[in-house]
Ligand binder design. Structure first.
Ligand SMILES: NC(=O)c1ccc[n+]([C@@H]2O[C@H](COP(=O)([O-])OP(=O)(O)OC[C@H]3O[C@@H](n4cnc5c(N)ncnc54)[C@H](OP(=O)(O)O)[C@@H]3O)[C@@H](O)[C@H]2O)c1
Length: 277
């Protein structure tokens, strides 16, 4: 009989997480022996909570807000990508040791390729709005695909400068722009990505003028609630290909699932609909 695999997602609060739905869908779809739970661990109990998962025989876990950065310091081994992002979203437990990964960049790239399968990032110019945790993962993904240039713009400019410094890239690969000049900076862009929380339910819309944006540019909003943000509606009206954020959420789960359950699962329309319910 095959081994029963226990996995889960840790965070605080954790009830909002879509990860149990995604992973349990795949466990069922592939007829595997296992479970995936939402596990609430408050910040002051992170070390103890993780130790309990080791003791209870978990194969691994995902990490969400607010633990992504702090969990990294608990890992015995951290893959290069997660190190560059300064955050882990996936942990594999092997012989009581923690191996930290970050799969958000994979999720971002594969979401783009779902809609634009022939899009090549190499030598292209990307404008990234926002400099939070998601932006770091996306920048790491873009650099892995040999993007030509990233224009990074954030309301708080220092945070963009910090990403540029900490991620240690050459001075002309990431150019930090000014938030107020975000409209003009779109000139010559091949890809525009919103990683700010603007446009999310309960947040103001992202105010940006597409006048300078080439029609061939892809526009990706990683906000997925609502799915069709005002930014994406405006992109479509402008003639650009608009890419929603839900695929990033589902794709980032695939490498984690593979680490624990041994197979890289597919993203199906049925799963997309379930996640959007
Ligand atoms: N699709 C997916 O799989 C996926 C994955 C991760 C995150 N997300 C979404 O991405 C968004 C960002 O997540 P995160 O983890 O990176 O969050 P975060 O670390 O809190 O960063 C938030 C970003 O939004 C900016 N921002 C917030 N309010 C703003 C305003 N009024 N005007 C201008 N900029 C504003 C912040 O700028 P300041 O630095 O100036 O505060 C910062 O750059 C969230 O909506 C999240 O749900 C989606």
């Amino acid at each position: 009989m095959s081994e029963f695999i226990k996995a889960g997602v840790i965070g605080h609060p954790i009830t909002h997480s879509k990860s149990p739905l995604i992973h349990n869908y795949w466990i069922k779809a592939y007829g595997l022996q296992g479970s995936y739970e939402a596990i609430d661990i408050p910040p002051d109990d992170l070390e103890g909570g993780v130790k309990r998962l080791i003791d209870e025989g978990y194969t691994g876990f995902n990490v969400t807000v607010p633990h992504k950065e702090t969990a990294l310091s608990l890992c015995d081994k951290v893959e290069h990508n997660a190190q560059a992002i300064s955050a882990v979203n996936t942990v594999v437990i092997e012989d009581g040791k923690l191996h930290g990964l970050n799969t958000d960049g994979f999720g971002f790239l594969n979401n783009i390729w779902d809609t634009a399968p022939d899009f090549e990032f190499e030598k292209k110019r990307a404008v990234v709005l926002g400099a939070g945790g998601a932006a770091r993962a996306i920048i790491s993904g873009l650099i892995g695909e040999e993007i030509g240039q990233i224009i990074l713009i954030n309301r708080t400019r220092e945070k963009a400068e910090k990403i540029k410094d900490e991620m240690g890239f050459s001075s002309d690969l990431i150019i930090v722009g000014t938030w107020e000049l975000r409209h003009q900076i779109l000139e010559g862009a091949d890809l525009l990505i919103n990683t700010t929380s603007l446009g999310m339910e309960g947040q103001p819309a992202l105010d940006i003028d597409f006048g300078a944006l080439p029609k061939k540019a892809l526009v990706n909003d990683i906000v997925y609630a609502p799915l069709q943000t005002d930014l994406l509606k405006a992109a479509q009206e402008n003639g650009n290909v608009a890419i929603t954020g839900i695929g990033m959420l589902i794709h980032q789960a695939r490498p984690a699932f593979k680490e624990w359950f041994g197979l890289l699962p597919d993203v199906t329309d049925e799963l997309r609909s379930l996640v959007l319910k």
